[in-house]
Ligand binder design. Structure first.
Ligand code: NAI
Length: 270
């Protein structure tokens, strides 16, 4: 799963985003920009990846951190400019930053404040990062011309949808709407830039054991119940299992794949 070049990963301080950062370092990225709103956690993730990378004896991977709130477009634009200035180019973007808020009582009782925040982080945040990155990627020379003899690739973006991007479940009004919107953004943007060698796909994780769910007893309880009744594999996913799907979509092995939604969900949506 070769991913030579430079990767930008949002939501990199925790869970699946962190597992993606570890995966890019392991699979050959020469540089990784870690973005997250949680600056302290970002610094520890950088230190941990650098330590295990050095111990592995693999080629150098330069890692930089960028404390950024992806829902703030000025912060995103400035960070992407700094990343391109620091690393020289940008080959992969992983839009993993996300939040979820449960609405007891469903749409009838969801607050406007909760609705707006979920949209701002999940939908606006994904759009802001995609837009800023695509503007740079479309201008740069292609990479991967010689990897596996595959066609040229100017860049590859992986957005984070969810099982809730293709189905709906109870009490998840804003999050389900946001994850469906990310499917729409992925499909339309992939059409816009397919001819330019810029591929845009989405990953649809199923229930995955990360702080997003383990730190929230109500979410965890609902998930475990669903896992028992609705997930054919009868278990939650691990962050590295989702990261493997992201690495496939990002790298040259998926050179003929764009506009797709890869479900990594233990069979839930099959
Ligand atoms: P997590 O909560 O462990 O990690 C999310 C990261 O995003 C955190 O480090 C957090 O600080 C960061 N973040 C939140 N708001 C941000 C903002 N405004 N700007 C920058 N960073 C921000 O969650 P997890 O589970 O790793 O989620 C990663 C992605 O996977 C999310 O998009 C989530 O919606 C999606 N997903 C997760 C599933 C699960 O079961 N864990 C299932 C389906 C999708």
């Amino acid at each position: 799963m070769d991913v030579p070049g430079i990767a930008l990963i949002t939501g990199a301080a925790s869970g699946i985003g962190r597992a993606c950062a570890e995966g890019f370092a392991r699979e050959g990225a020469s540089g990784i920009a870690l973005l997250d709103v949680n600056a302290d956690a970002l610094a520890s993730v950088k230190a941990a990846i650098e330590q295990s990378h050095a111990a592995s004896g693999r080629a150098t991977c330069k890692i930089e951190i960028y404390p950024v709130d992806v829902s703030k477009e000025a912060q995103v634009d400035a960070a992407v400019d700094r990343i391109v200035a620091t690393f020289g180019r940008l080959d992969y973007v992983v839009n993993a930053a996300g939040i979820t808020i449960k609405h007891p009582g469903g749409a009838a009782f969801a607050t406007t404040e909760d609705w707006n925040r979920v949209m701002e982080v999940n939908v606006n945040g994904t759009f802001f990062v995609l837009r800023a990155a695509a503007r740079h990627m479309l201008k740069q020379e292609p990479i991967l011309s010689s990897i596996h003899g595959r066609p040229l690739q100017r860049g590859s973006i992986v957005n984070f949808s969810s099982i809730l991007g293709v189905i709906g479940i109870t009490l998840s009004t804003a999050y389900t709407t946001a994850k469906h919107a990310i499917v729409g953004l992925t499909r339309t943007a992939s059409e816009d830039y397919a001819k330019d060698g810029l591929r845009i796909n989405a990953i649809g994780p199923g229930y995955t054991e990360t702080p997003m769910v383990t730190q929230n007893p109500r979410v965890m309880e609902a998930m475990l119940e669903r896992v028992e009744t609705a997930v054919p594999m009868k278990r939650m996913g691990r962050p590295d299992e989702i990261a493997d799907g992201v690495l496939y979509l990002a790298g040259g092995r998926s050179s003929f794949v764009t506009g797709s939604i890869l479900m990594v969900d233990g069979g839930y949506t099959s």
